[in-house]
Design a protein around this ligand. Structure first.
Ligand code: DMJ
Length: 657
């Protein structure tokens, strides 16, 4: 008779609210170790030797296999119809295949077209729909009020008397951070009779957050790229004072004159690009070149243009490649450029998201070389095979000028800002393609939006959240990077400029999903990547894998909230942004100065501070929050400026106005 073997370990399975399942593997590991010890010495030596040989073979064969795989990746590797058949467009999504292909952008801008049948449920329906797992971070449920001075005093008193000692500090692995800095409930969370937080208070809260971040940077990282707020030190990536330059125009917009003057003095006296340092072409362009150009426009101060010109010229060697598709890295001191050590590929988003800045540099300096170099990239990418309904792969080879690692399509990392810059270059140039260039920005943009609808959109169960998944060799992976949350804002900007109204409908749906990526987490902050449920039997829409639980203080959702508020004036977008700001204050603010990225948005007790404040927190996140709460639509008017992908506003060309 078979008797069930007695188990020598117990496996415990834990599940936190939305994040993944954990099994305790400790006992399992102990059991394996015991088995290993039971083997003879000869057996153990043989296994070790064999593993080493296998590892060596793997290392030798890996590059060959990669090349071999690339070679077999031909333009027609995907049978598009087959794949489309396997992944039908979600119900209710209207796809117009012909519309975009027939467009001649210089001749006409499509009028706003209202779809006969709305492709998505109306926003009000979405608002009322219950999200069973939505929860507010615990302290947000307090109903404080900063707009009423009397009430504020009273509340502060209560906090002092009743809560000190209980809620004043939250401890993370030995680090003590301040108790929640702003525990105001958003207007929508208040009772009807209670006054809302005024937008002036919200604007002031952003200024306060900026000052706090800046004070940490100033004390512990001045002149370096990034603050490490917990260790009270700094990190250098390029050694170019990245945070100062990324934050220049934010300080100007927020009206922080003292801080701005201090930063300006640093640019004047201490910033030098004559340095033997390898920089990433894309990051340096969007953060530093973009930051200098926008500050020049806001202030009219020639210092910033001179620095921009110096940097732009030093970046140009990146374009000296066999294909004219730039290398990822350039040494701005030596004038040499190279790809990463392990490949000759560049990232598609990187080579196609430097155009706004280089085009603007040419316009300002009268030197056409900058624009010529980036236009050449656009015209090659425009012509390339290997796209899928306007969607591009993630890599492009600097020797052949062709897409590599084809068959994978995402709106997330490595492809995201390609789509953003198609629209924004078209806007920058006055809604037309530059005369004589062999590419079509609007046509490519419209086609890509159709490609997204046709190939990447799905709806979750049970709540029917719309998300943009990733297509990998014909299979849809239901995951979405937080990076994709730029898309609602970009789609809304397109509709605002005359593109089809169903782009706005999609934007409204996607921003709801991005919002859910925040509110369904225990900290009220989004993970880096969310996985979505498509199975009828599961009750959760959003799931987060252990490796994806971090939050880097990224801007994309607040960026989209800014656009959507500007275009709709729906106060819920401000409420959502206000919640995000409060949760940054609650979980990422470091008392000695600065904010930190965190490792685990699912753990409000120990979010796992990572000791890094990215420059885009000051350059983008706080800037978009400020503009979201600011009542003046003329402050960086969207009729006059287009934001680069690092939130640096560049002018729409005057001839176009
Ligand atoms: C920024 O540097 C830019 O927004 C870029 O386009 C994407 N990643 C970061 C922010 O998340």
């Amino acid at each position: 008779m078979y008797s069930h073997p007695k188990s020598d370990y117990v496996s415990v399975t834990l599940r936190d609210q939305h994040c993944r399942i954990y099994s305790n593997g400790k006992q399992r590991r102990q059991s394996c170790w015991r088995k290993w010890r039971q083997l003879s010495r000869l057996q153990r030596s043989l296994i070790t030797l064999l593993s080493a040989v296998l590892l060596l073979c793997g290392m030798v064969l890996y590059p060959w296999l990669m090349e071999h795989w690339k070679d077999h990746s031909t333009e027609d590797e995907l049978d598009e119809d087959d794949i489309r058949g396997l992944h039908p467009v979600p119900q209710g999504i209207k796809v117009d295949h012909k519309q975009t292909l027939e467009l001649k952008p210089e001749e006409h801008v499509p009028e706003i077209q209202r779809p006969e049948v709305p492709i998505l449920p109306k926003p009000s329906e979405m608002q009322n729909k219950p999200f069973p797992h939505q929860r507010r971070p615990p302290l947000l449920q307090k109903q404080d009020d900063v707009s009423d001075p009397q009430k504020r005093e009273k509340n502060e008193g209560v906090q002092e008397e009743g809560e000190r000692g209980e809620k004043e500090f939250i401890s993370w692995r030995g680090t003590v951070i301040e108790a929640d800095q702003a525990t105001e409930a958003p207007p929508s969370a208040r009772g009807k009779d209670e006054p809302a937080v005024s937008s002036l208070d919200q604007v002031e809260a952003v200024r306060e957050a900026f000052r706090h971040a800046w004070s940490g940077y100033k004390q512990f990282a001045w002149g370096h790229d990034e603050l490490k707020p917990l260790s009270k030190s700094y990190g250098d990536w390029f050694g170019l004072g990245l945070t100062i330059i990324d934050a220049l125009d934010t300080m100007w917009i927020l009206g922080l004159k003292e801080e701005f003057e201090e930063a300006r003095r640093w640019v004047e006296n201490d910033l030098s690009f004559s340095k033997n340092v390898d920089v990433n072409l894309f990051e340096t362009t969007i953060r530093i070149l973009g930051g200098l150009l926008s500050t020049y426009h806001l202030t009219g101060d020639d210092l910033f243009l001179q620095r921009a010109k110096d940097l732009g010229t030093r970046l140009m060697p990146a374009f000296n490649t066999p294909s004219k598709i730039p290398f990822s890295d350039v040494n701005i001191g030596k004038g040499t450029a190279h790809p990463p050590r392990w490949t000759t590929d560049s990232t598609v988003a990187e080579v196609t998201s430097i155009q706004l800045e280089f085009r603007e540099l040419s316009r300002l300096t009268g030197d056409p070389r900058y624009q010529k170099a980036v236009d050449e990239v656009m015209s090659q990418v425009h012509r390339l095979g290997g796209k899928r309904d306007g969607l591009v792969p993630m890599f492009i080879n600097t020797n052949s000028g062709k897409f590599s690692h084809r068959g994978v399509f995402t709106l997330g990392a490595r492809a995201d800002s390609y789509y953003e810059y198609l629209l924004k270059q078209w806007l920058q140039g006055g809604k037309k393609d530059t005369h004589g260039v062999p590419f079509r920005l609007l046509e490519d943009y419209l086609q890509a939006v159709e490609g997204i609808k046709r190939n990447l959109l799905r709806q979750t169960l049970p709540s029917q959240l719309t998300f943009v998944g990733e297509l990998s060799h014909g299979r849809l992976n239901p995951k979405m990077d937080h990076l994709v949350c730029f898309l609602p804002g970009t789609l809304a900007l397109g509709t605002h400029n005359g593109l089809p109204a169903d782009h706005m409908d999609l934007a409204l749906r996607l921003i709801e999903t991005c919002h859910q990526m925040y509110v369904q987490m225990e900290t009220g902050l989004s993970p880096e990547i969310a996985h979505f449920n498509l199975q009828p039997r599961t009750s959760r829409d959003v799931e987060v894998k252990p490796a994806d639980r971090h939050n880097l203080l990224r801007p994309e959702t607040v960026e989209s909230l800014f656009y959507l508020y500007r275009f709709t004036h729906n106060p819920k977008y401000r409420d959502w942004g206000w919640n995000i700001l409060q949760n940054f204050n609650k979980y990422t603010r470091v008392p000695s100065g600065g904010y930190t990225s965190i490792s685990n948005v699912c753990d409000p007790v120990n979010p796992g501070p990572r000791d890094k404040m990215e420059s885009f927190f000051l350059g983008e996140t706080l800037k978009y929050l400020f503009l979201l709460f600011n009542d003046d639509p003329q402050l960086i008017s969207l009729e006059e400026f287009v934001f680069n992908t690092e939130a640096h506003p560049l002018p729409i060309w005057p001839s176009a106005l």
